[in-house]
Design a binder for this molecule. Structure first.
Ligand code: ADP
Length: 207
């Protein structure tokens, strides 16, 4: 089963993925935890280019092709083989981030993004996508408060950009409600975790 996590930076994706990994491992599942951009040696190299604060001249079209190249390698080398082995893959961001950030945020053509993504993923789609719902302002505040977290090139865009991204996520969820589960992330880590645990266990039972 392939589960992806989406939401603004600082929404708590990595926190919740770590909790879910520990819980599912105790339940006897074999788990792969991974992230985008990244997840393989080559994809992590591409991540460094995308997140480098000095790469200010990177254009939106280059950005999308780099994300997609990293994703193609990630799907082929890591995600699909794990799914074939019957493992549970937990991925911090996947193609919905491309649609939200590059499509809605940077206003690139969504139909083109979807077509590039179909090529990059060979049509691999998550079984479940968890949206951790916190206002963009709150995510930014949390990340800035936590000095241990990297502040990357994407985080540096204006708040208005992050609000377009948030509206984009709402549209994506409305388009495909059966794949998404929305969790109110503006609560304690424990309260968010209990919701996520319930949603994931119900899906695993059905899977
Ligand atoms: P993401 O992976 O989505 O960027 P993180 O899991 O790294 O988010 O969390 C960002 C920061 O917010 C961390 O300092 C984390 O401890 C904190 N955090 C996570 N979840 C919550 C929550 N529900 N309430 C308050 N702070 C949180």
């Amino acid at each position: 089963m392939f589960i992806t996590f989406e939401g603004p930076e600082g929404s708590g994706k990595s926190t919740q993925i770590a909790l879910l990994q520990e819980f599912l491992t105790e339940q006897g599942y074999t788990i792969q935890v991974t992230r985008e951009p990244g997840g393989t040696r080559i994809s992590e190299q591409i991540r460094d280019v995308l997140h480098d604060m000095s790469n200010r001249e990177l254009t939106p079209r280059t950005e999308i092709l780099l994300f997609s190249a990293a994703r193609a390698q990630h799907c082929d080398e890591r995600i699909r083989p794990a799914l074939v082995r019957g493992e549970v893959v937990l991925c911090d961001r996947f193609f919905d981030s491309t649609y939200a950030y590059q499509g809605y945020g940077h206003r690139l053509d969504l139909a083109i993004l979807k077509s590039i993504t179909r090529f990059a993923t060979d049509s691999l789609t998550p079984d479940l996508t968890l949206y951790i719902d916190v206002p963009a302002e709150e995510g930014i505040r949390r990340k800035q408060a936590d000095k241990g977290l990297e502040w990357n090139r994407m985080d540096d865009y204006a708040l208005e950009f992050h609000q377009r991204v948030e509206a984009g996520y709402r549209a994506l969820i409305a388009d495909e409600p059966q794949r998404w589960a929305v969790v109110d992330g503006a609560r304690s880590i424990e309260a968010v975790w209990l919701d996520i645990r319930g949603i994931v266990m119900a899906r695993l039972d059905r899977h």
